[in-house]
Design a protein around this ligand. Structure first.
Ligand SMILES: [Zn+2]
Length: 150
């Protein structure tokens, strides 16, 4: 689908040849509506509004199908929990708050664009970028990791 209008909104994700089951549509819609980085459990709660019969094992199976087709990105930032986002989102870096686990996206990260350009000069197209930055709010007033003053 090459048609594109002047609208700046990103296109809706599609099931791209997969059978449009209720569960797949529900999980895809939950991913599309997410402004955060949901876990499979988060997606189950959100997708159950559209498909009350959905189970956690179905969500995992659907996420694996989406991941195998390059439709979603899977990240494990902290506490070993996988979080998900649509792959069609522009490549971006993630800044993880070391105290709260909050994930902040840096959508215009120059480094990501630079890596993308460098990969292309080497003949590669980036499918995923795992640039993770760990920080803390400046106004928090404590260092991480804690250390004794010199
Ligand atoms: Zn993200």
């Amino acid at each position: 689908m090459a048609a594109q209008d002047s609208q700046t909104a990103r296109p809706s994700p599609s099931l791209a040849g997969m059978r449009a089951t209720r569960g797949r549509r529900a999980v895809l819609a939950a991913l599309d509506e997410a402004s955060d980085h949901p876990t499979a459990e988060d997606l189950l709660l959100r997708a159950r509004k559209a498909d009350p019969a959905l189970s956690l094992s179905s969500v995992y199976r659907i996420l694996k199908e989406f991941h195998d087709r390059g439709m979603v990105r899977r990240h494990v930032f902290t506490q070993g929990r996988a979080v998900w986002e649509l792959a069609q989102r522009a490549l971006h870096a993630h800044l993880i708050d070391v105290h709260t686990g909050e994930i902040v996206e840096l959508p215009e990260a120059d480094l990501v664009r630079r890596y993308q350009a460098e990969a292309e000069t080497l003949g590669y197209r980036l499918r995923d970028v795992r640039l993770e930055l760990y920080g803390e709010r400046i106004d928090r007033g404590q260092a991480w990791p804690p250390h004794a003053p010199a």
